[in-house]
Design a protein around this ligand. Structure first.
Ligand code: Z5A
Length: 214
């Protein structure tokens, strides 16, 4: 019988340590599974998605309305699902995705106040109802995340320029989703040191990885 794919997603607020964890987690997943995982991200992951990313995170686009922002995130996602994720999962691959639909519930829903039922409708239609098998939520107080990225040379994208109150709402929405779907989500304390976070991430993935490898 053909092996089905495994979709793992990583979520968290700004400066939660996703990029840091992703690099070591990717290496570990490859070693532990014996196959090369596919690494992708949102917004982005396809030529169209990367162009959308440039546009939607551009700090000079100050007047983007919440509806446009939500639709742009889903335009990138619709393309990623059809061009990359579904084909990879149908081919039985292990996929690690930096953010997915939960980010739209957290940022555009929690942060911007877009109705969750509207996001759910877009999820069914534009994202083809695709659900991750496991989602790791890196949880840090927004003040900690903000402090971490304060001196970054690359500057701050449009969304990173939002207020601490915005990121408190994002965090609350993420936590509510995680609490509502305990089989899929694992909440990791992102304020711990990187080695401890990596160890917690490995433990949080071991059951689904083991089942998938059988
Ligand atoms: N977005 C959205 O609004 N709606 C959607 O549907 C989707 C996305 C999909 C792009 O995301 C933006 O798109 C994002 C949400 C929005 N906007 N915001 N904010 P992204 O994932 O590309 O960018 P990001 O979330 O802004 O990532 P980031 O700021 O680069 O943070 P990070 O990847 O979580 O952190 P990091 O780069 O790994 O670490 C930041 C610093 O902290 C760095 O100096 C590290 O060395 C340090 N660090 C990392 N881990 C630790 C630990 N454990 N301890 C101490 N220091 C640490």
């Amino acid at each position: 019988m053909k092996r089905r794919g495994l979709l793992i997603t990583l979520e968290g607020g700004e400066g939660a340590g996703k990029s840091t964890l992703l690099a070591s987690l990717y290496r570990w997943l490859g070693e532990a599974s014996g196959v090369e995982p596919l690494l992708t991200r949102e917004p982005g992951g396809t030529p169209l998605g990367e162009a959308v990313r440039q546009l939607v995170l551009d700090a000079d686009q100050a007047s983007v309305c919440a509806e446009s922002e939500l639709l742009l995130m889903f335009a990138s996602r619709a393309q990623l699902v059809r061009e990359v994720l579904r084909p990879a999962l149908n081919a039985g691959r292990l996929v690690l995705c930096d953010r997915f639909t939960d980010a739209s519930y957290a940022y555009q829903g929690g942060g911007r106040g877009q109705p969750f039922e509207r996001i759910a409708e877009l999820e069914r239609w534009a994202a083809d109802g695709l659900q991750p098998d496991r989602t790791l939520l890196l949880d840090v107080p927004p003040a900690v995340g903000r402090e971490r990225i304060a001196g970054r040379d690359a500057g701050h994208d449009r969304i990173e320029q939002e207020t601490v109150e915005f990121f408190e709402r994002v965090r609350a929405a993420y936590r509510t989703r995680a609490q509502g779907e305990p089989q899929r989500f694992r909440i990791l304390d992102g304020s711990q040191d990187p080695d401890t976070v990596l160890a917690a991430a490995k433990a949080a993935l071991s059951d689904c990885l083991e089942a998938w490898c059988q």
